[in-house]
Design a protein around this ligand. Structure first.
Ligand code: CTP
Ligand code: MG
Length: 231
Protein backbone atom coordinates (compact mmCIF):
# COMPACT_ATOMS: atom_id res chain seq x y z
CA UNK A 1 0.00 0.00 0.00
CA UNK A 2 1.43 3.39 -0.99
CA UNK A 3 1.77 5.94 1.82
CA UNK A 4 1.76 9.71 1.29
CA UNK A 5 2.53 12.52 3.73
CA UNK A 6 0.78 15.89 3.64
CA UNK A 7 2.99 18.63 5.08
CA UNK A 8 0.61 21.40 6.12
CA UNK A 9 2.55 24.63 5.65
CA UNK A 10 -0.11 27.10 4.49
CA UNK A 11 -0.75 28.92 7.78
CA UNK A 12 0.00 32.61 8.25
CA UNK A 13 1.93 32.16 11.48
CA UNK A 14 0.29 35.05 13.30
CA UNK A 15 1.75 34.15 16.69
CA UNK A 16 5.23 33.92 15.16
CA UNK A 17 4.83 37.45 13.80
CA UNK A 18 7.45 36.97 11.05
CA UNK A 19 7.38 38.94 7.78
CA UNK A 20 6.13 35.87 5.85
CA UNK A 21 4.42 32.52 6.51
CA UNK A 22 5.82 30.64 9.55
CA UNK A 23 6.57 27.42 7.66
CA UNK A 24 8.95 29.36 5.37
CA UNK A 25 10.95 30.90 8.26
CA UNK A 26 14.50 29.50 8.20
CA UNK A 27 16.35 27.88 11.11
CA UNK A 28 19.59 25.87 10.98
CA UNK A 29 19.95 26.77 7.30
CA UNK A 30 16.52 25.68 5.99
CA UNK A 31 12.85 26.72 6.15
CA UNK A 32 10.73 24.92 8.78
CA UNK A 33 8.81 23.14 6.00
CA UNK A 34 12.06 21.68 4.65
CA UNK A 35 13.06 20.25 8.05
CA UNK A 36 9.62 18.65 8.33
CA UNK A 37 9.78 17.25 4.78
CA UNK A 38 13.26 15.79 5.40
CA UNK A 39 12.09 14.10 8.62
CA UNK A 40 9.17 12.45 6.81
CA UNK A 41 11.14 11.53 3.69
CA UNK A 42 13.73 9.83 5.93
CA UNK A 43 11.05 7.30 6.87
CA UNK A 44 11.17 4.38 4.41
CA UNK A 45 7.44 3.73 4.82
CA UNK A 46 6.63 7.09 3.15
CA UNK A 47 6.66 7.09 -0.66
CA UNK A 48 5.39 10.57 -1.45
CA UNK A 49 5.51 13.96 0.34
CA UNK A 50 3.01 16.65 -0.65
CA UNK A 51 3.71 20.22 0.55
CA UNK A 52 0.57 22.28 1.15
CA UNK A 53 1.71 25.89 0.82
CA UNK A 54 0.26 29.41 0.81
CA UNK A 55 -1.07 30.12 -2.70
CA UNK A 56 1.48 32.92 -3.12
CA UNK A 57 4.40 30.58 -2.30
CA UNK A 58 3.63 27.55 -4.49
CA UNK A 59 7.00 27.81 -6.23
CA UNK A 60 8.99 27.92 -2.95
CA UNK A 61 10.22 24.29 -3.41
CA UNK A 62 12.34 25.39 -6.41
CA UNK A 63 14.50 27.35 -3.93
CA UNK A 64 14.85 24.52 -1.37
CA UNK A 65 18.09 22.61 -0.85
CA UNK A 66 16.60 19.14 -0.32
CA UNK A 67 18.45 15.85 0.08
CA UNK A 68 18.30 13.53 -2.94
CA UNK A 69 15.98 11.24 -0.96
CA UNK A 70 13.51 14.04 -0.17
CA UNK A 71 13.69 15.42 -3.72
CA UNK A 72 12.81 11.98 -5.09
CA UNK A 73 9.69 11.75 -2.88
CA UNK A 74 8.53 15.36 -3.33
CA UNK A 75 5.18 15.78 -5.14
CA UNK A 76 3.93 19.02 -6.75
CA UNK A 77 2.85 21.65 -4.20
CA UNK A 78 -0.82 22.23 -3.42
CA UNK A 79 -2.36 25.58 -2.39
CA UNK A 80 -3.79 25.55 1.14
CA UNK A 81 -6.95 27.20 2.41
CA UNK A 82 -8.16 29.64 5.07
CA UNK A 83 -8.24 27.13 7.95
CA UNK A 84 -5.96 24.17 8.64
CA UNK A 85 -8.80 21.77 7.84
CA UNK A 86 -9.20 23.43 4.42
CA UNK A 87 -5.48 22.96 3.75
CA UNK A 88 -5.74 19.30 4.76
CA UNK A 89 -8.70 18.88 2.42
CA UNK A 90 -6.79 20.45 -0.49
CA UNK A 91 -3.87 18.08 0.11
CA UNK A 92 -6.15 15.07 0.40
CA UNK A 93 -7.87 15.96 -2.88
CA UNK A 94 -4.49 16.03 -4.65
CA UNK A 95 -3.40 12.51 -3.66
CA UNK A 96 -2.86 10.00 -6.48
CA UNK A 97 -5.49 7.22 -6.58
CA UNK A 98 -3.01 4.49 -5.56
CA UNK A 99 -2.30 6.06 -2.14
CA UNK A 100 -3.95 3.98 0.60
CA UNK A 101 -2.61 5.64 3.74
CA UNK A 102 -2.02 9.33 4.44
CA UNK A 103 0.14 10.88 7.18
CA UNK A 104 -1.02 14.43 7.97
CA UNK A 105 1.77 16.50 9.51
CA UNK A 106 2.23 20.07 10.70
CA UNK A 107 5.19 21.72 8.94
CA UNK A 108 5.77 23.47 12.28
CA UNK A 109 6.69 20.12 13.95
CA UNK A 110 10.23 20.04 12.62
CA UNK A 111 11.63 17.82 15.39
CA UNK A 112 9.57 14.70 14.67
CA UNK A 113 11.77 11.58 14.56
CA UNK A 114 11.56 9.20 11.55
CA UNK A 115 11.29 6.19 13.92
CA UNK A 116 8.16 7.65 15.52
CA UNK A 117 6.73 8.33 12.05
CA UNK A 118 7.30 4.66 11.15
CA UNK A 119 5.56 3.45 14.35
CA UNK A 120 2.45 5.59 13.83
CA UNK A 121 2.21 4.49 10.19
CA UNK A 122 2.44 0.83 11.23
CA UNK A 123 -0.34 1.37 13.79
CA UNK A 124 -2.65 3.03 11.24
CA UNK A 125 -1.94 0.30 8.69
CA UNK A 126 -3.38 -2.15 11.25
CA UNK A 127 -6.23 -0.15 12.73
CA UNK A 128 -7.15 2.52 10.13
CA UNK A 129 -6.26 5.59 12.22
CA UNK A 130 -3.44 6.47 14.64
CA UNK A 131 -1.71 9.53 16.00
CA UNK A 132 1.44 10.39 17.88
CA UNK A 133 0.76 11.83 21.33
CA UNK A 134 2.54 12.41 24.63
CA UNK A 135 1.13 11.99 28.14
CA UNK A 136 0.27 15.37 29.70
CA UNK A 137 3.09 16.27 32.09
CA UNK A 138 1.73 19.24 34.02
CA UNK A 139 -1.10 19.21 36.53
CA UNK A 140 -4.15 20.66 34.82
CA UNK A 141 -6.29 23.34 36.49
CA UNK A 142 -9.76 24.33 35.34
CA UNK A 143 -9.99 28.10 35.80
CA UNK A 144 -12.91 30.52 35.81
CA UNK A 145 -12.37 34.27 36.14
CA UNK A 146 -8.81 33.88 37.36
CA UNK A 147 -9.62 31.28 40.04
CA UNK A 148 -9.08 27.56 40.13
CA UNK A 149 -12.37 25.69 40.15
CA UNK A 150 -10.97 22.16 39.76
CA UNK A 151 -7.83 20.09 39.39
CA UNK A 152 -8.37 17.69 36.51
CA UNK A 153 -7.11 14.10 36.80
CA UNK A 154 -4.47 13.85 34.14
CA UNK A 155 -3.82 10.08 34.06
CA UNK A 156 -5.95 9.60 30.98
CA UNK A 157 -5.01 12.85 29.19
CA UNK A 158 -2.64 12.94 26.23
CA UNK A 159 -1.42 15.87 24.12
CA UNK A 160 -2.04 15.20 20.42
CA UNK A 161 0.83 15.64 17.99
CA UNK A 162 1.35 14.93 14.31
CA UNK A 163 1.79 12.92 12.15
CA UNK A 164 -1.74 11.57 12.37
CA UNK A 165 -2.17 8.70 9.92
CA UNK A 166 -5.37 7.42 8.32
CA UNK A 167 -6.69 5.14 5.65
CA UNK A 168 -7.41 7.62 2.86
CA UNK A 169 -11.00 6.45 2.37
CA UNK A 170 -11.70 6.83 6.11
CA UNK A 171 -10.30 10.38 6.29
CA UNK A 172 -12.23 11.35 3.13
CA UNK A 173 -15.48 10.07 4.65
CA UNK A 174 -14.75 11.83 7.97
CA UNK A 175 -13.98 15.11 6.23
CA UNK A 176 -17.13 14.97 4.08
CA UNK A 177 -19.32 14.35 7.14
CA UNK A 178 -17.63 17.15 9.10
CA UNK A 179 -18.13 19.56 6.22
CA UNK A 180 -21.78 18.61 5.86
CA UNK A 181 -22.24 19.33 9.59
CA UNK A 182 -20.20 22.56 9.49
CA UNK A 183 -17.78 21.03 12.02
CA UNK A 184 -14.23 22.41 12.31
CA UNK A 185 -11.78 20.22 14.24
CA UNK A 186 -8.54 21.28 15.90
CA UNK A 187 -6.85 18.11 14.69
CA UNK A 188 -7.50 15.51 12.05
CA UNK A 189 -8.13 12.57 14.36
CA UNK A 190 -11.16 14.35 15.83
CA UNK A 191 -12.88 14.09 12.43
CA UNK A 192 -12.48 10.31 12.50
CA UNK A 193 -13.46 10.08 16.21
CA UNK A 194 -16.79 11.71 15.25
CA UNK A 195 -17.53 8.70 13.03
CA UNK A 196 -17.09 6.42 16.03
CA UNK A 197 -14.14 4.73 14.31
CA UNK A 198 -11.24 3.58 16.54
CA UNK A 199 -8.22 5.89 16.70
CA UNK A 200 -5.02 4.44 18.15
CA UNK A 201 -2.57 6.41 20.30
CA UNK A 202 1.14 5.89 19.68
CA UNK A 203 3.35 7.32 22.41
CA UNK A 204 5.70 9.81 20.81
CA UNK A 205 8.53 12.06 21.94
CA UNK A 206 7.41 15.01 24.12
CA UNK A 207 10.06 16.97 22.19
CA UNK A 208 7.94 16.79 18.99
CA UNK A 209 6.66 20.30 19.69
CA UNK A 210 4.80 22.60 17.31
CA UNK A 211 6.87 25.72 16.72
CA UNK A 212 4.44 28.49 17.58
CA UNK A 213 6.16 31.50 19.14
CA UNK A 214 9.45 33.25 18.21
CA UNK A 215 11.13 31.76 21.31
CA UNK A 216 10.46 28.22 19.98
CA UNK A 217 12.81 28.84 17.03
CA UNK A 218 16.05 28.96 19.05
CA UNK A 219 15.22 25.72 20.89
CA UNK A 220 14.39 23.88 17.66
CA UNK A 221 17.46 25.24 15.85
CA UNK A 222 19.75 24.10 18.69
CA UNK A 223 18.19 20.62 18.68
CA UNK A 224 18.53 20.31 14.88
CA UNK A 225 22.19 21.40 15.01
CA UNK A 226 22.92 18.94 17.83
CA UNK A 227 21.43 16.09 15.79
CA UNK A 228 23.38 17.17 12.71
CA UNK A 229 26.64 17.11 14.67
CA UNK A 230 25.82 13.72 16.21
CA UNK A 231 25.08 12.12 12.81
N1 CTP B 1 -1.78 25.43 8.48
C1 CTP B 1 -2.17 25.31 7.15
N2 CTP B 1 -3.23 26.05 6.68
C2 CTP B 1 -3.90 26.89 7.49
C3 CTP B 1 -3.52 27.01 8.86
C4 CTP B 1 -2.46 26.25 9.33
O1 CTP B 1 -1.55 24.55 6.40
N3 CTP B 1 -4.90 27.60 6.98
C5 CTP B 1 -0.60 24.69 8.96
C6 CTP B 1 0.49 25.62 9.48
O2 CTP B 1 1.32 26.07 8.40
C7 CTP B 1 1.22 24.77 10.50
C8 CTP B 1 0.16 23.76 10.95
O3 CTP B 1 -0.97 23.89 10.07
O4 CTP B 1 2.34 24.08 9.97
C9 CTP B 1 -0.26 23.99 12.39
O5 CTP B 1 -0.86 25.27 12.51
P1 CTP B 1 -0.32 26.45 13.43
O6 CTP B 1 0.84 25.99 14.25
O7 CTP B 1 -1.51 27.08 14.10
O8 CTP B 1 0.31 27.46 12.34
P2 CTP B 1 -0.26 28.85 11.82
O9 CTP B 1 -1.73 28.75 11.62
O10 CTP B 1 0.58 29.21 10.64
O11 CTP B 1 0.10 29.83 13.04
P3 CTP B 1 -0.90 30.85 13.81
O12 CTP B 1 -2.05 29.99 14.32
O13 CTP B 1 -0.04 31.43 14.89
O14 CTP B 1 -1.34 31.86 12.78
MG1 MG C 1 -3.02 28.33 13.33
Amino acid sequence: MRVAALVLAAGRGERMGAAGPKALVSIAGHPLAVHAIEALAACDAIHLVVPVLPAASLDAPTTWALSARARAKLAPSVAGGAERQDSMQAGLAALPADVGLVAVHDAARVLVQPGDVARVIAAAARSGAALLAAPVRDTLKRVREGRVVATEPRESLWAAQTPQVFRVALLREALEKARAAGFQATDDAQLVERLGAPVEIVEGDPGNVKITWPADLAFAAATLREREEAS
